[in-house]
Write a protein that binds this ligand. Structure first.
Ligand code: NAX
Ligand code: K
Length: 495
């Protein structure tokens, strides 16, 4: 159920279902019934205002209106547009409603709650004029709004606001979520999203072949193995995290601790000589290795038992640190490059991509928007999933484009959109922990995309577990709590 469908793919799903013998009006009846149930739950009494638009989104609204009326609710229906032009399945739903339909106008009538069935997947231009005024009045009313499919004005494909948009407390969407339910700002405008089965068989997905998913356990649970009885630490991988110099060591320790918690069998902080003492004084389960320069790092990473490494947190931006990244890229281990290890390439991103293209082991890049813009200056505008997808293809690496709606993209075009990160995760050192979790998963042999998506998800879950007021240090114990809760003897528990 994690597949995400663009509005065009959703239209294909509708068509395939209809071709397969499910009449369109039956889909619409089920959609409208699900909306009516959501209204009953959210607005259990009082009058309901149903705002219908001219297309099938409005059709769902007519069905919901009829069902609510049949359940004894007082319903008032407003239609935006000419009733004579309501056609197709929406026409059938309109006729079945059969009650009074008022032209949409201001002021809005008194009501306890509102159904927003103005525009859904068919929104193809910014909302203006009377429709925009109605949207403003709905938002100003502070009444609970249940949106049909998406809040009107939110692009189902990108989550962007087209002109203006309804702020809903809940959105009821159909068959599968759309990217706009997870991407900001759409995500906030949707309220709680529920997914209704409207009778489209899952088999239509075979023909559609979605390439985007909501990030969740089913995406990567299989590649995440619980340690078996015969397992020992040397079978769970050895991760190396490269420390910055004396004044910049904390970030690497945060990452190293997270890698260990994520299940790496052994973790070593590779420390420049000047930082050995400070690193040593802070490390216990994580080991410490002396790193005298690029040759010494290269030797450490070519040891055969080392399976993954992370560079970037606190690394520094001088030429010397650049040679460390070169050495890591030349080593046969999976890599996470974060922060400074990305910015170091800002003048020559293609050299980084060439080095990645020449290696076998996977690479994960974890830029925030600023770092992303330095590596991919031509990919700063447009929908986030498409930007990340293009970047991953170019870099031949898994790209984690961070933010409230982190997007994970694989070089083969797969994309996951993450939506479990609480706002309080945006705190100093949080990104270092994320890089560490990803390194821990890579060290255990998970493929790049799966390791990255799992890391982002566990990072969000740990942030939720730690709660408001968290600092990056709190994420490590919270990660343990989340892992304990989710592991069963057979492996990761699926929802
Ligand atoms: N059989 C189907 O295709 C099903 C469709 N469903 C519903 O149908 C919706 C999609 O229906 P449609 O494709 O008819 O599209 P919509 O109903 O979302 O909107 C299309 C109409 O709005 C107009 N419009 C678009 N943007 C506008 C703007 N900014 N200002 C003014 N008018 C604008 C278009 O000209 C068109 O008349 C889905 O969101 C879903 O709610 C569901 O009933 C399930 C079944
Ligand atoms: K809507």
């Amino acid at each position: 159920m994690l597949e995400l469908l663009t509005t065009a793919q959703m239209a294909t799903a509708d068509h395939l279902a209809i071709e397969g013998g499910v009449p369109g009006i039956r889909l619409m009846e089920k959609a409208g019934a699900a909306v009516a149930r959501a209204v009953t739950a959210r607005v259990p009494e009082g009058r309901v205002l149903v705002l219908c638009g001219p297309g099938n989104n409005g059709g769902d609204g007519f069905v919901a209106a009829r069902r609510l009326r049949a359940a004894g609710r007082e319903v008032i229906v407003h239609l935006l547009g000419d009733p004579a032009r309501v056609s197709g399945d929406a026409r059938i739903a309109f006729d079945r409603w059969g009650g009074p339909t008022h032209p949409a106008d201001l002021p809005l009538p008194e009501a306890a709650g509102i159904v927003d069935a103005l525009f859904g997947a068919g929104l193809d231009r910014p909302i203006e004029g009377l429709a925009a005024k109605i949207v403003a009045a709905v938002n100003a009313s502070r009444l609970p709004v249940i949106a049909v499919d998406v809040p009107s004005g939110v692009s189902g494909n990108t989550g962007e606001v087209m002109g203006t948009a309804i702020e809903a407390v809940a959105s009821v969407t159909f068959f599968r979520l759309k990217p706009g339910h997870l991407l900001c700002p759409g995500r906030e405008l949707c309220g709680e999203v529920t997914l209704a089965d409207i009778g489209i068989p899952a088999s239509v997905l075979d023909a559609i072949g979605p390439r985007s998913w909501r990030n969740g356990r089913a995406l990567w649970a299989e590649s995440m193995r619980a340690p078996g009885a015969g397992s020992h630490k040397y079978r769970r991988g050895h991760a190396v995290v490269v420390s910055g110099g004396l004044a910049r060591t904390g970030a690497a320790r945060l990452a190293a601790g997270a890698a260990l918690r994520a299940g790496a069998g052994l973790v070593t902080v590779a420390s420049p000589p000047d930082a050995l003492v400070v690193n040593a004084s802070h490390l216990t389960a994580v080991m410490l290795g002396r790193m005298d320069g690029p040759e010494s790092l290269g030797a450490m990473l070519s040891d055969g038992r080392v399976t993954a490494a992370a560079l970037g947190p606190g690394l520094g931006l001088s030429a010397a640190e650049g040679t460390l990244v070169d050495a890591a890229l030349a080593a046969p281990v999976a890599l996470v490059l974060d922060a400074d290890a990305l910015t170091l390439w800002q003048d020559a991103p293609d050299a980084l991509f060439d080095a990645i293209a020449a290696r076998e082991a996977p690479v994960i890049l974890t830029p925030h928007e600023g770092e992303f813009a330095r590596l991919f200056p031509d990919l700063t505008t447009g929908p986030k999933p498409e930007r990340a997808r293009a970047a991953a293809a170019r870099a031949a690496a898994t790209v984690v484009l961070k933010g409230a709606d982190t997007v994970i993209a694989a070089p083969d075009g797969r994309v996951a959109i993450n939506d479990n990160a609480p706002a309080w995760l945006a705190t100093a050192g949080s990104g270092d922990v994320l890089a560490g979790i990803a390194t821990g998963f890579l060290a255990q042999g998970m493929p790049g995309f799966e390791a990255a998506a799992a890391a982002v998800w566990f990072h969000g879950a740990a942030g939720t577990e730690a709660g408001p007021g968290l600092t990056a240090e709190d994420l490590e114990p919270a990660l343990r709590t989340v892992l304990r809760r989710l592991w069963a003897p057979a492996g990761l528990v699926l929802p």
